[in-house]
Design a protein around this ligand. Structure first.
Ligand code: PEP
Length: 256
């Protein structure tokens, strides 16, 4: 089964009107050179409208978070999914480790947001991954299983027909410590196996991204792994040259 590579930039709480315009111009200059790669940028919500209007051809827009509420209403500070689609978002990150750790989002809350995202026409990018303590305690697979099964239990395996999963070991995010291709592939194979236990076709077509200090110099090795279908890129997505070099690594493999 061929899966398309997806290279997604998580800008986190970074950017300005000026910096975003420069970044988008850099991406636009090279977007045509990666025709076989899906590209996605996820700016802060304050910039979704302006980035959406300046989006280079072939690049999708995503949000970093959404409310779990199905209906709009009295939820100060929250963002309803329909507002995100109105601004042109196609994707939304769900359960990023920073939201889990800093904003106490539980597995159930992530699953509820995933469900709401799909109900409102967005493709969730479900982020899961173990901490360093969990890896050292030998519980990586148990953690991945718990985080993924929270969503499968609430939303069903069929929901993965329209979802992306990002394996992001917490110890590799923003630290410069990338998972080795072997570590990343083992986790991805485990996740695909969990999906395959329920539905082999869906498991075969779900894009599984790696995230955690993915850079131009390690993207090729990571993306060469059988179950790695691209990357969720934090720091390196803020520099057009780095982001597009990572996309070029995916393009070279897509064509190989
Ligand atoms: C992320 O935040 O999703 C991420 C992968 O960050 P970084 O690439 O900076 O490690």
């Amino acid at each position: 089964m061929t899966r398309k590579y997806l290279v997604a930039g998580n800008w986190k709480m970074n950017g300005s009107l000026k910096a975003n315009a420069e970044l988008l111009a850099g991406i636009a200059a090279q977007a045509a050179s990666v025709p076989d790669v899906d590209l996605l940028v996820c700016p802060p919500s304050a910039y979704l409208e302006s980035v959406g209007k300046a989006l280079p051809a072939g690049v999708q827009l995503g949000a970093q978070n959404l409310s779990d509420q199905l209906k709009p209403g009295a939820f100060t500070g929250e963002l309803h999914g329909a507002m995100l689609t109105e601004l042109g978002c196609r994707y939304v990150l769900i359960g990023h480790s920073e939201r889990r750790a800093l904003y106490h989002e539980t597995d159930l809350k992530a699953a509820e947001k995933y469900r709401t995202a799909q109900a409102l026409g967005l493709i969730p990018v479900l982020c899961i991954g173990e901490t360093l303590d969990e890896r050292e305690a030998g519980s990586t697979e148990a953690v991945l299983r718990r985080q993924l099964e929270a969503v499968i239990d609430l939303c069903g395996i069929e929901s993965f027909k329209s979802a992306v999963v990002a394996y992001e070991p917490v110890w590799a995010i923003g630290t410069g410590k990338t998972a080795s291709p072997q570590q990343a592939q083992a986790a991805h194979a485990f996740l695909r196996g969990l999906l395959a236990e329920r539905n082999a076709n869906i498991a075969g077509s779900t894009q599984l991204l790696y995230g955690g200090s993915c850079k131009p110099d390690n993207a090729h090795e990571l993306f060469s792994c059988a179950d790695i279908d691209g990357g969720l890129i934090g720091g390196a997505s803020l520099k057009a040259a780095d982001f597009m070099a990572i996309a070029a690594a995916a393009q070279a493999l897509a064509k190989a």
